[in-house]
Design a protein around this ligand. Structure first.
Ligand code: COA
Length: 217
């Protein structure tokens, strides 16, 4: 896989000023890689307090440390303490997803300090729908950062890629995740069992996201 193509899709300034959106609408996401206007650019996203950059293999140690944290892995990994090889597989899958779908996972940094705070992004669900996931180091919880970074990802999904909807799933007891999804405008579609666990399935149609408006933070 040529990773230079994967992460050279559209720049953050394109996302912010709408040029990327126009180019996608003109050419269609399926033709993204063929569009010469995207060559040599980096798919980063920015919000008031966060910078998001597509995950790369060099991020594996930092992501592995995050995903191994007991408070982070509890629901994200069904409390399994994954090995670094598994983290590397997820990063590789994200790269493949960027190549195939123009979305994947981003590492999230605090703009002011440059500190690595967590990750956020999309992967194809089992049904092939873009599915939102996120996780931050506990010291950054409760400051609206997951909501803020997720809004940037959703804005990219809806405004740039023109996705019709985004889904999410969370363990029912994961109140922080459920509240974050609801704050993003997601609505519960159904409650069911996933991997033997009581799970809430959420959905956010593009029209609803656009109707809700988007605060900067
Ligand atoms: C889920 C997670 C990303 C939320 O991050 P965060 O930055 O604290 O979220 P925000 O600050 O944007 O808060 C979003 C909402 O959740 C609420 N919230 C945060 N933690 C909460 C908790 N422990 N219990 C209940 N609500 C909580 C916030 O109050 C806020 O709602 P409000 O605006 O009504 O007050 C974070 O808890 C985390 O990384 N958890 C571990 C990984 C994980 O479980 N990921 C989800 C897997 S599906």
């Amino acid at each position: 896989m040529d990773r230079s193509n994967v992460f050279d899709a559209v720049s953050s300034s394109d996302v912010r000023n709408g040029e990327g959106a126009r180019a996608f609408q003109a050419s269609g996401a399926a033709r993204l890689k063929a569009s010469p206007s995207f060559v040599g650019r980096t798919l980063t996203l920015a919000t008031m307090r966060t910078m998001l950059r597509p995950v790369v293999p060099a991020d594996v140690p930092a992501l592995h440390a995050l995903w191994a944290d007991p408070d982070v892995r509890r629901f994200l990994w069904d409390d399994e303490c994954i090995g670094e090889e598994r983290a590397a597989e997820v990063v590789a899958a994200s790269g493949a997803d960027f190549a195939a779908h123009a979305f994947g996972f981003w590492t999230v940094y605090e703009t002011a300090s440059g500190q690595f705070m967590g990750f956020c992004g999309l992967r194809p669900s089992e049904a092939g729908e873009p599915e939102l996931l996120f996780g931050f180091w506990p010291r950054y919880w409760g400051q609206g950062l997951a909501t803020e970074a997720s809004r940037a990802v959703l804005s990219y999904a809806f405004d740039v890629l023109a996705c019709s909807h985004v889904v999410a799933a969370t363990d029912a007891p994961n109140a922080a995740s459920a509240r974050t999804l609801e704050r993003l405008g997601m609505q519960i579609e159904r409650r069911g069992t996933l991997n033997g666990r009581d799970t809430l399935f959420y959905r956010l149609p593009r029209e609803r996201f656009q109707q809700l408006g988007r605060p900067l933070a």
